[in-house]
Design a protein around this ligand. Structure first.
Ligand code: PLP
Length: 393
């Protein structure tokens, strides 16, 4: 069978593989701290709004680029955060998750032979998205333990072929929240080299230290920024597949056509429920953030006590730990071996750090990622398993 040349370059998702392993080896007593989905319920009013929308027969195709009420709600929420007017009719496209939103932004702007710069470690879909457009990902590394930008390395990567830079703040997998100074310098770089900034801000509400700043809100950046966001994380509905991209009007027109041809639209009743979700407003977000802060402040010291040093994440719901002490003690060669050990012998699923770096790189060999988007009792169970299992090791 003749298969497309670019497809085999995709790796299997290690995150989903870890989920399968924990389900297979520890179906009853294992804890999945690999995959970033909550194990607690979505807000009751949001679920009720979805039920009502289905009962009211909002069951047919919606406006391809998003129902007006949802785009209005997003324009209000995003506009308030940016301190600028955002146009729901010309700038916002509702898509099937942030994942599709980033892909259609790339498809609207990248041609074969183009390059995009990605900060490694990174979320898993940006490079495949670029490859699907015939473009090439180029990587610059955020330096552990504080995940600093290496400005020299970054500037060397920019060539006449570079079309854009992918930003993700708050950042998966490190929890880094890019500072105003960093964003201003990145904006200056984009302006100097005429680069697009594709910014994934799906964790914009989950910030514990510092503040979330959208690079689009910085002077002059609206015209060259694609801001991606979604409902998965803020409203604990990762299975709903509801996201959006805010882009300049000219690009939005093309994005909408691409989105129409790829998915035709996000689920209509869930878009209606998305309106109810946005209406929850600041009090809901404050509570969510406070609950996540408690989880972070429980897990980070617990991991440090287990000889798994880590930088406390300033945002999002992930923590990257250094595994050197245990790799040496257990005579395990790298992050993959350590993650396998944890999932098989201890019953805790994590993700090997190298998965977040370019394929074939040895970066990340010393790290594993834990998620903390779980009930506190789930995190306590994971820590108890780790304490018991590693003490015996
Ligand atoms: N972007 C980042 C940085 C993520 O970590 C994730 C999920 O883990 C997504 C996007 C996926 O978002 P969505 O569920 O809206 O497709």
């Amino acid at each position: 069978m003749r298969l497309a040349r670019h497809a085999p370059r995709f790796a299997e998702s290690v995150i989903r593989a870890m989920t399968q392993q924990i389900n297979r080896y520890h179906p009853d007593d294992g804890v999945n701290l690999a995959q970033g989905f909550p194990d607690f319920p979505a807000p009751a009013v949001v679920k009720e709004a979805a039920r009502e929308a289905i009962a009211a027969d909002l069951n047919q195709y919606a406006t391809t680029w998003g129902i007006p009420a949802l785009r209005d709600g997003l324009a209000r929420t995003i506009g308030e955060a940016w301190g600028q007017r955002v146009d729901p009719d010309d700038e916002i496209t509702v898509c099937c998750g942030a994942t599709e939103s980033m892909l259609v932004a790339f498809m609207a702007t990248l041609d074969p032979g183009d390059e995009v710069v990605i900060f490694a470690p990174s979320y898993e879909t940006y490079a495949p998205d670029a490859v699907l457009c015939g473009a090439a990902p180029r990587y610059t590394t955020l330096r552990a333990p504080d995940w600093q930008i290496d400005w020299d390395e970054l500037s060397v990567l920019i060539t006449p072929r570079t079309r854009g830079l992918v930003l993700n703040t708050p950042h998966n997998p490190t929890g880094k929240v890019f500072s105003r100074a960093e964003l201003e310098r990145l904006a200056a770089l984009c302006q100097e080299h005429d680069l697009y900034c594709y910014t994934d801000e799906i964790y914009d509400r989950l910030v514990y230290d510092g503040e979330h700043i959208s690079i689009a809100s910085l002077p002059g950046m609206r015209e060259q920024t694609f801001t991606v966001g979604g409902f998965s994380k803020t409203f604990s509905v990762t299975g709903w597949r509801l996201g959006y991209v805010v882009a300049p009007p000219e690009a939005t027109r093309l994005i909408r056509k691409i989105h129409d041809n790829v998915t035709c639209g996000a689920a209509h009743p869930l878009q209606a429920a998305g309106v109810a979700a946005l209406a929850l407003g600041a009090p809901y977000v404050e509570t969510l953030r406070a609950e996540y802060r408690v989880r972070r402040d429980y897990l980070v010291p617990a991991l440090r006590n287990l000889d798994l040093p880590c930088t406390a994440p300033a945002g999002a719901y992930y923590v990257m730990c250094n595994i050197d002490a245990w790799a040496t003690h257990l005579d395990l060669s790298n992050d993959r071996a350590f993650s396998d050990y944890l999932v098989h012998e201890i019953g805790v699923a994590t993700v090997p750090g190298s998965y977040f770096y370019p394929q074939g790189s040895t970066q990340g060999d010393h790290e594993v990622r834990f998620v903390f988007c779980k009930k506190l009792e789930t995190l306590e169970r994971a820590v108890a398993l780790l304490e018991k299992g590693l003490r015996l090791a």
